[in-house]
Ligand binder design. Structure first.
Ligand code: PGA
Length: 258
């Protein structure tokens, strides 16, 4: 199965970061051509970069000029299509700028006030605009310590998927990233067993959707990525995705059998 590799650039990157994006596109194209010519079963990686929205249009133009297969994503979206929401960005605006996907419910957005009800409406807006949602869920340290990880994941999924379920909307595909809050940017990770259990719990909670990929995110680097790729459909990568060499070496792990 093709692995999903998603780079979340967060609030990092100016127009001068074009060069990094171009290196990423070139490196990814090389892996892709390698696997195409190797005549192997290796399905490699589907690479998505979620830059700040100020860079989306520029990156999407660059990707088009180079015929690149790198996908672009937003980092969140407002639930409304337009209106008096100073500072917000709608799903249709992301799509208009060239995004194919968008993160939703990232822990850093939840920390600034987004809740499951809002995320549920954002999910509808994303689907309505033709964006594939990348829904982020994960427990905090208190929940982990008190053995409530599973309950928290189930709650977040039920909340975020409430409206699509109620309205019977079918989703062509859904990506869910398990990102424990305490692992984001901390250098600490759950064990591979814990990640597998969390991903199983997620899969069980979304049994009614057909095309679901479950990813892991939180302090992923080229040193720990291989073991996590073995038990997941892919990775959501923050800091390490800002360095083209580091990101490409993680992408390369998905082509290892070539
Ligand atoms: P990190 O961030 O890889 O820097 O821990 C992951 C994320 O927040 O998506």
């Amino acid at each position: 199965m093709t692995k999903e590799i998603i780079g979340n650039w967060k609030m990092n990157g100016l127009l001068s970061c074009e060069a990094t994006f171009c290196e990423i596109m070139s490196g990814y194209a090389e892996y892709d051509s390698l696997s195409a010519s190797a005549d192997s079963d290796c399905e490699g990686a589907r690479l998505t970069i979620c830059p700040p929205s100020t860079l989306l249009y520029r990156f999407s133009s660059l990707a088009r000029e180079r015929d690149s297969r790198v996908l672009l994503g937003g980092q969140s979206c407002h639930h409304a299509a337009e209106g008096s929401f100073t500072g917000d960005i709608s799903a249709s605006m992301l799509h208009d700028c060239g995004a194919h996907r968008t993160l939703l419910g990232h822990a850093e957005r939840r920390a600034s006030g987004e809740n499951d009800g809002m995320i549920s409406r954002q999910l509808l807006a994303a689907l309505h605009s033709g964006l594939t949602p990348i829904l982020c869920v994960g427990e905090d340290m208190d929940e982990r310590s008190s053995g409530r990880t599973r309950i928290r994941l189930e709650e977040q999924l039920a909340g975020a998927l409430l409206l699509v379920r109620e309205m019977g909307i079918s989703m062509p595909s859904l990506l869910i990233a398990y990102e424990p809050l305490w692992a984001i940017g901390s250098g600490e990770l759950p064990s591979v067993d814990e990640i597998s259990q969390a991903l199983e719990c997620i899969m069980a909670s979304v049994y009614d959707f057909s095309e679901v990929s479950v990813l892991y995110g939180g302090s992923v680097t080229s040193k720990n990525a291989a073991a996590i790729l073995d038990c997941s459909d892919g990775l959501l990568i923050g800091k390490a995705s800002l360095d083209s060499d580091e990101l490409l070496s993680i992408v390369g792990l998905c082509y290892d059998s070539v």
